[in-house]
Write a new protein. Structure first.
Length: 251
């Protein structure tokens, strides 16, 4: 039997990623102006960043796409609660199979390059290629993607499910974007505090379920998943794996 759904992350997190309120506001400003523009958020989760972008650009429209129907339902409910239903639409479907009606003025791919599938070593390249095909000439891509803040040790690599060559340095990431025709407009990275808040939100969802379901037949499986996730974080990527936020302009 498949274990039940764990408590949704949006119970404890504002954004589905290591992102503070202040940084989110800066990233949105880097996409402006968006007068009468259309914004795509691919792998949007519950689409908090997209909704805030629409609040900052009152004449813009937006579309969020994510495979998780629970997240899309939450995004839809949040849009309704904030009076954005006339300007925001959401689709619970595979990003790789989804076809928009028209080119976008801005595309957001925040920590979601995996949504196009394939070999993890090609996730960034796939995202850069796909986003460019979805953007109008001169449009902007907000890319949230991993990089190595420092060289991982052999012990760290052994403790996490990420091969060394999946990522390079921040400079390598920017260079890759440039080889795809983009130009860098802004670059920043998640802080350790932002990472900790995000990871704590994940851990809390597991632990809450275990607290509320101590006699469940799935408890051992869920506990193993929680322990594995904690090990990935604390013995693996904490302080070593970074997340870059790049604002890129398409040719």
């Amino acid at each position: 039997m498949t274990p039940p759904e764990i408590a949704p992350l949006h119970d404890d997190l504002t954004f589905h990623g290591p992102l503070s309120e202040e940084r989110a506001a800066r990233l949105i400003r880097s996409l402006l102006p968006l007068d009468n523009a259309h914004v795509l958020d691919l792998g949007c989760g519950w689409a908090e960043l997209l909704l805030r972008t629409l609040e900052a650009a009152p004449t813009a429209t937006g579309t969020g796409v994510d495979l998780n129907p629970a997240d899309i339902a939450k995004a839809t409910a949040n849009a309704q609660a904030r009076g954005l239903t006339s300007r925001a639409s959401f689709h619970a479907t595979d990003v790789a199979q989804w076809q928009p009606d028209k080119p976008a003025d801005a595309v957001i791919v925040n920590g979601a390059t995996q949504v196009w599938g394939g070999d993890p070593l090609h996730h960034t390249t796939n995202a850069l290629t796909a986003a460019r095909s979805l953007l109008r000439p001169g449009g902007k891509l907000l890319l949230g993607e991993g990089f190595w803040e420092r060289e991982p040790t052999e012990a760290q690599l052994a403790a996490m499910p990420i091969p060394r060559n999946q990522y390079g340095s921040l400079a390598d990431l920017v260079d890759l974007a440039h080889t795809h025709g983009y130009r860098l407009l802004a670059a920043e990275q998640a802080s350790l505090d932002e990472w900790d808040i995000f990871e704590n939100g994940h851990g809390l969802a597991w632990e809450r379920w275990l607290r509320d379901n101590p006699t469940s037949e799935h408890a051992a499986e869920i506990r193993a998943k929680a322990d594995r996730s904690r090990n990935y974080r604390l013995r693996g990527w904490r302080g070593t794996l970074g997340l870059a936020y790049l604002t890129l302009q398409a040719p």
